[in-house]
Each structure stands twice: as C-alpha cells, then as structure tokens.
Write a protein that binds this ligand. Structure first.
Ligand SMILES: Cc1cc2nc3c(=O)[nH]c(=O)nc-3n(C[C@H](O)[C@H](O)[C@H](O)COP(=O)(O)OP(=O)(O)OC[C@H]3O[C@@H](n4cnc5c(N)ncnc54)[C@H](O)[C@@H]3O)c2cc1C
Length: 466
C-alpha cells in the first residue's frame, strides 16, 4: 500500500498571494458624517478605482469620494491572475457571436483601452510588475488543436495579428507533455501584479484630490433633490452622480439584482522556482497562458518566478452568496494540484505557498454592462465574468460618459447600451447553472462536442463561464 500523503497545498497560506505583503497600505479612515460631492463611487476594486481616477482626470478639481465596504482590492481585484487583456468582450469569439458588426470598433477600443492602462502605469510611475508578455492559448487535447486552427483562420480573415504554434514550435514557449499547439496574441495582453495596480491607482486618486474611505459599506442609495444620497453606517454622502462598482455583492440597485451571479474561481501559487526548475519547463518568454478547454486553466509567472495556477472549476453555490468561508475549497485545490502535476511533471516536488479563491461576477453574456437608474444619476457596472482587469477601465469610462450624457464611440455601442438576459430566480438558477456546468464538463470529455443543452443555450445567446 502506498503511504497516504497530505496534499502539497495544505501548508500554503490561505490568503491571496498579492495581498500578503508588508507593502499593503494601511487602511484609510472610514467615512463619517455628511459629505457633499460631485461623484460618489461605491466599491474600490478596479471598476470603482478606474471610475474615480478617470473622473478626476476628466474634470480636475471636481470632488470624488470612493466608499469601500472592506479594503481596497480585497475582493476580485486583489485575487485575480493579473492577466490584463485588451478584449472587452470576454474574448474575440464571444464578441463575434454577439456583436459581429461592431467587432472592428470593439477590437480598436479594446486595444486603445489596454494602451491607456499601460500609459497610466507609466505616466504615474506605478510599480506594478508590468510584463508585456502577451497571452498564449495552449491546446492540451487534440480537439483543441483543431479549435485553435479554426480560430487562427477566423482571425487571419479579420486581419487580427496572431501566431499559431504547432506541436514542434510550441515547445519553444512551454515544455509540457500536455502542450500540443498554441495561439499567441502578442500585443493583446500584459501581466500585472493586480494588488499593486489597485493600490497605485488609489494613490493617484488621492494625489488628484479624491478621497477613499475603507470599511464604509453603503447600505442604501436614494434619489434626492440634487442627485443621490448614499448611506453608510457612519454617515451620508450627497452626490450629483454615483457609480456603483460592487461586482456580485448584494445589489444596491434592485433592477441589477439578477444581472450577475457570484461564481467562485480558485488559485494555487507555488514557491519561487529555482533556475533548474525554470529551465525544465522552458517558458522563456513568460507568456500568460490559458488552455483551450471550455473548463480552462490559466497560469503565469510572478515577478519572483512563482507559478500562479488557477481556474478549471467554476463553483456556483445555491442562492448566490459571497462569503469569506467560500474563499477556500479543498476539493478544488486537490483538482488544481493534480492538473498542475500533469502539466509540469518535472516540478513534482515544488511546494505551494498560497491558496485562495474569489467571487467572479458572471453574466449570461460573459461581459460587463452599464445600467442607469435613479433618473440616470446612478450607473451600475458589473458582469465581467472573470475578465475585468483591463475591461474595467473601459466600462468605468462608459459609465461616466453615460452619466454626463456625453456621446462617445463607447456609448454608441450595442454592448454598452444593451443589458444581459437576467438569470432566473432560485431554484431554477441553481439547477440551470449546475446542468450547464455538467454539460460543459461532458463537452470537454467528448472532444469538445457540445451536447443538446449547450447548443440550445448557444442558440439563445446564453451561457455560463468564468
Ligand atoms: C480568482 C480570480 C481570478 C481572476 N483572474 C482574472 C484575470 O487574470 N484577468 C482578468 O481580466 N480578470 C480576472 N478576474 C476578474 C477580475 O478580478 C475582476 O473582473 C476585476 O477585478 C474587476 O473587479 P470589480 O472592481 O468589478 O470588482 P471587485 O474587485 O470585487 O470590487 C468590488 C468592490 O465593491 C465592494 N463593495 C461591495 N458591496 C459594497 C457596498 N455595499 N458598499 C461599499 N463597497 C461595496 C467590495 O468590497 C469590493 O471591494 C479574476 C477574478 C478572480 C476571483
């Protein structure tokens, strides 16, 4: 009988690697009393921070207050993979399926948005461990090779730059027995340390005259003569306009309540690799990598050469809740460890230093939307479905444009003007999502062939992703 060994992740710190650092800023004071401002932003993740920063850049001297229930970047923003991608539509294929005519504009605006993020990082000299690696989609099953070839042909027709690697040439990018082919988007993605980016943006907001209050949970938003009133346990904020950037936390605006559901995604982070370990897996160009399955993994190197390995299982729990105890899921960590070992057999003994999970605001169309309410004085932005590090800046800008009644290329887009199909109420929602998750797993096990349930959802333009 072989000895029973405990999983390698057991001793890992149960906390997001990015937040586990002495350079984490001290908490800002909570909001107390009465404040009068031009703009109140609710939520200090990327969406709220980009809204505040762009509002201050567009209207220097205006008053902007950000109210955060927990800490800056405490939730998805400080827990993600740090893939900052140009796509605004959760990938080109999803955009093509939903807004085919707008795709040339959507691609251009996505590229401009990514360039503007990099420009912000450089202009304000933010130390965010920026790496211009691009993103590599890797086929880890023969049917995925065919999918990548098909995608490559579509991108070529659309004039989108990319590189296809076959089995011989993918080895120069990553050494893994699973890697069969790859599709590289060299300019459409950069890697960042997401917590450092959020803290950097917060510092800039304050330098530009904005205020950020942590531990200031907004309990209600009400219409008021001059705009809106946002109430916290310690005070009230009267604002002309309001951006709600609270992701999949309980909705402050009723009509947005069924637009997103929290889906949990999990990550393992290794100890730093030494030179020999790094050499054994190639990865010289340090690309951000995702595999081409429907249930996909994402992996990247950190600045100190750890491997961040996440994804695959997307967990939805009955009656959609965001709860701290959901941040850990032993069953998912065990699956991730097994898949990590299959991907990198030469790294058998490498330890894991951190394990964590976080809630993704999943929408039925996989990308964000902006919802106006309170006589168009409040804009709610959410629905990024696990791809909001870059897109959050674009949708935050679109929300500000809509609140200011500015017509821009973004506000003319069907993607920005339309709303996602809402999720049904429980228990239908849980049953539907569970059936979809099983159908996706079956499709992956069945050479990517989508069964009747997934084909029906595709025809209806609905889906479930992370
Ligand atoms: C494990 C994981 C991996 C991911 N990987 C990637 C990736 O590699 N690339 C990518 O593009 N995206 C990724 N994402 C998604 C990405 O992190 C988000 O889309 C992005 O951070 C945008 O976040 P946000 O600001 O909309 O939400 P959040 O970061 O969740 O911020 C919302 C904030 O609102 C606050 N809040 C909620 N309710 C209230 C209230 N009533 N009052 C005040 N404040 C409130 C919350 O405390 C929270 O801080 C990942 C997500 C997870 C969880």
């Amino acid at each position: 009988m072989s000895p029973v060994t405990s999983p390698r992740w057991t001793d890992a710190a149960p906390t997001p690697f990015w937040l586990d650092t002495p350079s984490r800023p001290e908490p800002r004071a909570a909001h107390t009393g009465i404040a009068d401002v031009d703009l109140v932003v609710i939520g200090a993740g990327f969406t709220g921070l980009w809204a505040a920063l762009q509002a201050l850049e567009t209207a220097p001297g205006s008053s902007v207050l950000v109210l955060e229930a927990d800490r800056i970047a405490d939730n998805a923003t400080g827990r993600n993979g740090g893939f900052c991608v140009a796509s605004l539509t959760h990938g080109d294929a999803n955009g093509r399926a939903r807004w085919p005519r707008d795709m040339p504009v959507l691609r251009r605006l996505g590229d401009e948005n990514l360039a503007a993020i990099v420009d912000t990082i450089e202009r304000y000299d933010l130390d965010v461990e920026l790496e211009r690696t691009g993103e590599l989609d890797v086929a880890i099953a023969p049917w995925q090779v065919d999918d990548l070839l098909e995608e490559s042909a579509v991108l070529t027709d659309a004039g989108v730059a990319h590189t296809f690697f076959d089995e011989a040439s993918i080895a120069a990018e990553i050494t893994s027995p699973l890697a069969l082919a790859g599709l590289l988007d060299e300019t459409g993605a950069v890697m960042v340390n997401p917590a450092r980016l959020a803290w950097g943006l917060a510092g800039v907001i304050e330098r530009l005259g904005g205020t950020i209050a942590e531990h200031s949970k907004v309990t209600s938003i009400d219409r008021d003569q001059s705009g809106v009133l946002a109430t916290t346990p310690g005070g009230v904020v009267r604002a002309k306009r309001c951006v709600v950037a609270t992701s999949c936390f309980p909705a402050l605006v009723k009509r947005t309540a069924l637009r997103v559901v929290p889906v949990y995604d999990y990550v393992l982070m290794t100890e730093p690799l030494d030179e020999a370990q790094l050499a054994s897996i190639g990865w010289r160009n340090r690309r951000g990598i995702g595999d081409a399955g429907n249930q996909f993994h994402y992996l990247r190197l950190s600045a100190d050469n750890r491997i961040l390995f996440g994804g695959y299982e997307a967990v939805y729990r009955f009656r959609q809740q965001v709860r701290p105890d959901f941040d850990q899921d032993p069953a998912v960590f065990s699956v991730l460890e097994e898949h990590f070992d299959a991907m990198f057999p030469t790294l058998g003994e490498v330890g894991f230093s951190h394990r964590w999970g976080g809630a993704i605001d999943t929408s039925t169309r996989f990308c964000a939307s902006v919802t106006l309410s309170h006589d168009d004085r409040v804009a709610t932005v959410n629905g990024f479905t696990g791809l909001g590090v870059g897109a959050s800046r674009f949708f935050a800008a679109a929300a500000l444009d809509l609140l200011a009644e500015r017509t821009t290329p973004a506000t003319l887009l069907e993607m920005v003007r339309s709303a996602p199909v809402p999720f049904p109420p429980e228990p239908i929602r849980y049953l539907g999502i569970t059936a979809t998750r099983h159908a996706i797993a079956r499709a992956d096990a069945n050479d990517g062939r989508r069964g009747a349930w997934l084909r029906l959802l595709d025809a209806l333009g609905l889906g479930f992703d992370s």
